[in-house]
Unconditional design. Sequence first.
Length: 479
Amino acid sequence: MMAAGREYIPVIGLEVHAQLLTRTKMFCRCPAEFGAEPNTLVCPVCLGLPGALPSVNREAVSMAVRIGLALGCSIERESVFARKNYFYPDAPRNYQISMYDRPLCSGGSLLFEDGEEEVTVGLERIHLEEDAGKLLHGQGGHSLIDFNRCGVPLVEIVTLPVIRTPRHASLYLRRLRQILRYLEICDGNLEEGSLRVDVNISLREKGDETLGTRTEIKNLNSFKAVEAGLETEIERQRKELQAGEKIIQVTNLWDAKEKKLVLMRLKEGAHDYRYFPEPDLPVLIVDDDWITDEKAKIPELPLARERRFQREYGLSVYDAGVLAAESDIADYYEETIKLTGEPKITANWVMREVLRELKSGGGEIAGLRVRPERLADLIAIVLEGGITTSAGATVFAAMLDSDESAKDIVKRLGLELLSDEGELGTIVGAIIASHSDEVARYRGGKKELMKFFIGQVMKESGGKADPGIAGDILRKRLD
Ligand SMILES: [Zn+2]
């Protein structure tokens, strides 16, 4: 039966695994570190040796509670760890300890903005589990296993199937990553796999509420990959459905290089894992005091901060979004404002100079030599009219490599604004003499050429001329 011309609506759900920044692993005291020699951070528990008993890492539970509270979930006072049985070389016990029918957090939602539109994505659950080991394939025809990652704590954050477009999926992820970083519970590194995204996707026919068969895409290690993978899969399903084909439940991998989906496996249903409550662990009890403690650790979250930046500092939506994206940059910005008292001008300096430097140098703001006090000093000199904005950028660049004060650098580089009428008069005289054409046109009524003359004065003075005084002199001589 041909079904061409029918309209289909994508139904997308996301499962995000976030590696928690705990000091030790989920069920043992091995360090949860990365980059160590393979198989050096292991013990009988995370190696799954017979008789070794797990115990729960309290800090991991605290972090999971915090993300749950930040996303408005209800925190279950009693939750249950469960065994997810599967046989694979990266899981030495042949099961993973996860949570199944009684997760730690349920419900909740995440809010983001798409232009003017506010979008709320409902969550199904958030639960704790442990990571598997790492397989290194193709080592001289062999595969090697590193168990260091085995047992590292993860939270899995699962949305309801309510996302409608690939773009919304990516906006959801960006916001979620920001929140995890604000809470300091995950570094959010998609490329290195500390934040991993799996998407579920099905199409339903317009006007029909029945969900279609869903497929899964794994290995989406950038926001771009999430959008591209989803777009490709939506198109594929649409074509199949329009050709009257049935969608088969599969798991695909996204090949970012070739920009195509690669079949990984036919998907097993949940029953294949034969979940049952973990007999080696008690019921996890989180009481009200614990929840109150975690609530107190939650800082102002990114969306709230963005909105406050718009309201309090008069920033545009875009500028507020850029400055509030990372809490350390937002802190830096606000510390600088306290000293300058000029939110908008300070925003320009942080976005133009500070963020450009961080982008080009790839560094963190904590390592930036120009601390808020030094930036505020520089901004003050520009505002007092001591130097031009472009000279200010030169001073900023010099401050990155020295502890010299902005004032001293201005002096050393000879960047003080040229406001001496005699000197400016000489420059203006020379420009009028060498641009007789433009002078004639200006005097003939083309007044907008004033900008050109001021530009020439700036050029002649090496960017140091005080544009106000230069303009006055020009007008006096030309009009
Ligand atoms: Zn261990």
